[in-house]
Design a protein around this ligand. Sequence first.
Ligand SMILES: *Cc1c(COP(=O)(O)O)cnc(C)c1O
Length: 384
Amino acid sequence: MTAAYSIPLSGPDVTQREIDAVLAVLATPQLSLGPRLPEFEKRIAAFTGAKHALAVNSGTSGLHLCIRALGIADGDEVITTPFSFIASANCALFERAKPVFVDIDPVTLNIDPAKIETAITPRTKAILPVDVFGLPADMKRICAIAEKHGLAVIEDSCEALGASIDGRQAGRWGDCGVFGFYPNKQMTTGEGGAIITDRDDIAALCASMRNQGRDDGMGWLAHARLGYNYRLSDINCALGIAQLERMDGILAARAQVAAWYAAELAALAPHVIRPPEPPAGVVRSWFVYVIQLPGGYTAEQRNALITHLRGRGIGCSHYFPCIHLQPLYAKSFGYARGDFPVTEGISDRTMALPFFNRLTQPQVNTVVRELAAWLAANTPGGRA
Ligand SMILES: *Cc1c(COP(=O)(O)O)cnc(C)c1O
């Protein structure tokens, strides 16, 4: 499934320091539930400013625990965006709750706060906004709506570690927030994730549920509630600690790659729409570099461009396909094309270009040159 591209879509950035940190754990008897877990959690809490951080084995597990900790269950409704990774909606389905989609803002690509209130019903329990591609959702407006209607907020910040609004970190705006540490994220633990929250009750429940329902001070074979094995091993935590220690450098490297793209792509406007500038006070954390073809282009043309670039050894991808049109959602809920027109139009014309810490300026140049060549031959209504 992963072809070897000369310029891949994504690539990990693991240094000798990280390798040494992992090897050091392997030389100890505590490969899991050892000292690296609380150390990693303390550092995530310090980095984000949250009172509590709980490490888990994936971002998806973190979202699931937040849903459970908030008591969201059968028939409850969770408002979220159809333009995200599928886990943002699946986490509600795990508890037989219903994800209720709200269309997105065509510029930020995040859930449109102006459309949230009409989606609220007596069954609505929570809003689950996603900081898509590392640009924070409009959390101030979303939290104000949630407060007015007595709803919880779970911020899916799996793509946004290091982003902020008015100095307050992504993931800290709602009742709880979740990060993901899969290898394509800003920092990685191989697999992994973290929940952050200022609420003691959510932190205690999540800590217990990720560890088979055990409570603090209870024995290994005593289980207070339904739990899971969503633990993150000390091996993963050691990698995470080392990555987090150089997080400023990682974020700066990604911003530099994005700046190279922005400068090179300026020459292709208006045929390529670049990621938007964040609103005042908002700091984006670069996750992927997603461009948009303008309205005159079709999904077929976007697909042809992806095929063309891949044929030239350049990894690129459709980002994101609409969640509501995924077979599971179309079949279970009867969703069809036309239900969320803004999301569908954006989803038809967006694509992710190669983007990772170690991408070089000459590689960015090659990607943009190939993109320009395709556009010159495939501009709707004539040559560019
Ligand atoms: C990466 C990601 C997740 C979590 O993914 P995992 O692979 O389970 O760690 C959740 N939501 C979004 C929006 C993501 O991008």
